[in-house]
Structures are given as structure tokens and as C-alpha cells.
Design a protein around this ligand. Structure first.
Ligand SMILES: Cc1cc2nc3c(=O)[nH]c(=O)nc-3n(C[C@H](O)[C@H](O)[C@H](O)COP(=O)(O)OP(=O)(O)OC[C@H]3O[C@@H](n4cnc5c(N)ncnc54)[C@H](O)[C@@H]3O)c2cc1C
Length: 345
């Protein structure tokens, strides 16, 4: 944390993908000092094009989307640190968040650390140009195209069968591994028009557009594909959640309620780290819900009857509850908007 002297925030968001940035957008605009601590290079950063996000066209890459989003939240007053969080500890009612040896003190934590896709061994085509990790995003690109699915487990077999909804040319590439799918899956797979190819891949050829054209196999055969999906599982970035004592599901996702609350008071989790569809709009929705839940949890007013009995009525000096720095940013933001619309008139 070298970018700012401030080491106390209302909220720390760990992970600056679509889920974390949306949570931070809400907490900041709802008046809570928020720090985003983000290592970068998450799944959204791997997107060559963006699909399924209404209002964002395909020509926007993941890095462009994230850059705009980071600028947006910082314009509202959030602090962004490019850093790796190494540990989070309970400290009184709040938490100490440690990154690269620096520590910040916060009231609430949002874990938005996502997961990493297990990458198969090369030879492989470029990501987004024949190698695809997101079925709901990219199946549309392969309507009537020749498609492969790599892997040997149930998920690979299922994705191969699902791709028959989009095209009649689907191969399942075992790459020398023995199938580990269940007997039931095996029965289903045999009843679908899918070629299961045993041999390992020995070469990959690209077309002039940079997209995959074909794979070469160790038996000397060459098969043409436009693209496909490797299905070797996901590694959840759940160490911080586990260390904090958050309940985890068997697959490694963090257990949350409908507002992103984990089993540990004050700790929220959103995005690919939690169960659900791994999609940007879903991650954003979860970030929004957690941000609003945190606001409802932290906001100072209205003071309840019990609080009024304990602390007395609200003194005019106590309002508004927003910190001085966020107030100044909000006023400057509003003034800039007003100046811009006056210039447009
Ligand atoms: C190649 C590819 C293409 C895709 N295309 C689409 C698409 O077109 N449309 C769509 O809707 N979805 C798409 N997806 C899915 C989408 O990218 C994810 O669902 C989405 O990014 C999830 O957001 P997230 O914020 O949970 O995680 P991520 O985007 O993965 O962000 C997590 C962030 O947390 C950071 N982090 C992790 N641990 C720490 C730590 N300890 N300290 C600090 N930072 C940490 C990571 O570095 C990363 O920056 C695609 C996925 C891939 C892999």
C-alpha cells in the first residue's frame, strides 16, 4: 500500500475484477471509504472480446473494460491499489488487511478473488482465438463450426454434448488420458454424435486471421477446428476466505447468502469465487447486492430506538455521515457534470 497514506477504510475489496469493482462502486457512491486491492490479471482481463454485457459491444476487450471501470470507481473516490493481499485478520469488530507487508484497518471485507482455469499443456491456440474458457460467452461464435472439447471428466463430456445445441461437428479430445466420467455419462455420450479422439495433440496450425485452423495428432491425422473448450477444472482463490474461517463448498467456492454474506460476520464474497454462473453480469449483480448490503449494515442513520436510548438523539453536527474526502469528491464530481452539461447546452 504505497499509493496512499490512508490506512483506514470502511471497506476493503480484495480483487478488482467486475465483481469487486462493482461492489466498490456501490460502497463508494453510498458514502463508505473503500479501498480496492487487486493483483490484476484475473479472468476478465483474459477476455479478447466482451460478450453478454448489455451496453458493451464485442470490440471492447477485458483490459479495456477493466481500465474504464477502475477509472469510474476512482472518480467517485475509491482508492485502487495494485497489490496482492497476503492475509486478513479479525481485529475487534473489524479486520486488518495485509498486502506486501503493509496493513490497512477496515470494518468490512469483500472477497472478489475469483478462480483460475486449469490450463492444458501446449500446443494450444491463442486464448479467444480457438481456446475458450466460457461456454455461455463463446458457444454463439461456433454455430455451424467444427468444435473440440478437451478433457476426460464428466464436465468435458457434458460440454461436448451441450455444444451439439450449436453445431453438428463436435469432437472430444482425450489427449492420451483415460476417461474418468461416470457410467451414466458414458451411456449418454455414446448416444450423441460425438467423436472421441484418444491420441495426444502433437501440433497446432493457425490461419492468417490468427485463429486456430487445425490440430495434428500423434497418429499423423489432422483435424480442422474453429475453436473449443478445455475442461480441466478451476482453482479457486479461496485461501483468504478459508483462513478467515468462511465455510467453503466441496468444489472450493465460498458459501454465501443472497447478499454475498459469508458465514463470518463482516466478510462478503462475490463473483466467480461463489457458486453461480461465471458471467460478468452475474458478477456485477453480486457485487451490487453485496455493496448495498454493506451500506445497510454500516450506515449511521436512521438511529434505532435502542441506539437513541444508548447514544441520545442525532446531533445536527453528526450529519451528514459521509467522510470529508468523499463529500469533497462528490461535490467536485457533481460540479464537473454540471459544467459539462452547461457546455453542451
Ligand atoms: C477467456 C475468458 C473469456 C470470458 N469471456 C466472457 C464474456 O465475454 N462475457 C462474460 O460475461 N464473461 C466472460 N468470462 C467470464 C468472466 O470473465 C468472469 O465471470 C468474471 O471475470 C468474474 O469476475 P470476478 O471479479 O469474480 O473475477 P476476476 O475477473 O477473475 O477478478 C478477480 C481479481 O481478483 C484478483 N485477486 C485474486 N486474489 C487476490 C489477492 N489475494 N489479492 C489481490 N487481488 C487478488 C485477481 O488478480 C483478479 O484481478 C470469460 C472468462 C474467460 C477466462
Amino acid at each position: 500500500m504505497t499509493d496512499s497514506d490512508q490506512s483506514t477504510y470502511d471497506v476493503a475489496v480484495v480483487g478488482g475484477g467486475p465483481a469487486g469493482l462493482t461492489a466498490a462502486l456501490y460502497t463508494t457512491r453510498l458514502g463508505h471509504d473503500t479501498a480496492i486491492i487487486d493483483r490484476g490479471v484475473g479472468r476478465a482481463a483474459m477476455m479478447a472480446d466482451t460478450h453478454n454485457v448489455i451496453g458493451i459491444t464485442e470490440d471492447v476487450s477485458g483490459t479495456e473494460l477493466l481500465k474504464t471501470a477502475r477509472e469510474q470507481v476512482q472518480d467517485y473516490g475509491a482508492t485502487y491499489h495494485r497489490d496482492f493481499v497476503t492475509g486478513i485478520e479479525r481485529e475487534g469488530d473489524g479486520f486488518l488487511v495485509e498486502s506486501n507487508g503493509a496493513v490497512c484497518e477496515v470494518d468490512r471485507v469483500v472477497l472478489a478473488t475469483g478462480f483460475s482455469d486449469e490450463r492444458p499443456d501446449p500446443p494450444l491456440p491463442p486464448t479467444g482465438r480457438g481456446l475458450h474458457y466460457c461456454l455461455h460467452c463463446d458457444a454463439y461464435m461456433f454455430v455451424d463450426e467444427s468444435v473440440y472439447v478437451m478433457g476426460h471428466g464428466d464436465s468435458a463430456a457434458y460440454v461436448a454434448m451441450i455444444m451439439l445445441n450449436f453445431t453438428d461437428e463436435v469432437d472430444l479430445l482425450l489427449r492420451g488420458d483415460d476417461p474418468t466420467w461416470s457410467d451414466e455419462t458414458d451411456r449418454m455420450l455414446r448416444a450423441h454424435p460425438i467423436d472421441v479422439i484418444d491420441e495426444e495433440i502433437t501440433g497446432m496450425n493457425k490461419g492468417p486471421d490468427g485463429w486456430l485452423e487445425s490440430f495434428e495428432f500423434e497418429d499423423g491425422s489432422v483435424r480442422e477446428y474453429r475453436g473449443g473448450f478445455p475442461m480441466y477444472g478451476s482453482e479457486y482463490n479461496n485461501e483468504l476466505a478459508a483462513d478467515l474461517g468462511c465455510d467453503l463448498n466441496d468444489d472450493g467456492t465460498v458459501v454465501v447468502d443472497d447478499h454475498g454474506r459469508t458465514s463470518v460476520d463482516g466478510v462478503y464474497a462475490v463473483g466467480d469465487l461463489v457458486p453461480g454462473h461465471n458471467q460478468i453480469p452475474v458478477a456485477m449483480g453480486q457485487g451490487a447486492k453485496a455493496g448495498i448490503a454493506i451500506h445497510m449494515d454500516l450506515r449511521a442513520f436512521p438511529r434505532s430506538v435502542e441506539e437513541i436510548e444508548e447514544q441520545g438523539p442525532v446531533d445536527p453536527d453528526e450529519v451528514p455521515a459521509v467522510s470529508q474526502s468523499l463529500r469533497e469528491t462528490a461535490r467536485a464530481f457533481r460540479d464537473a457534470e454540471a459544467a459539462e452539461s452547461a457546455a453542451d447546452d
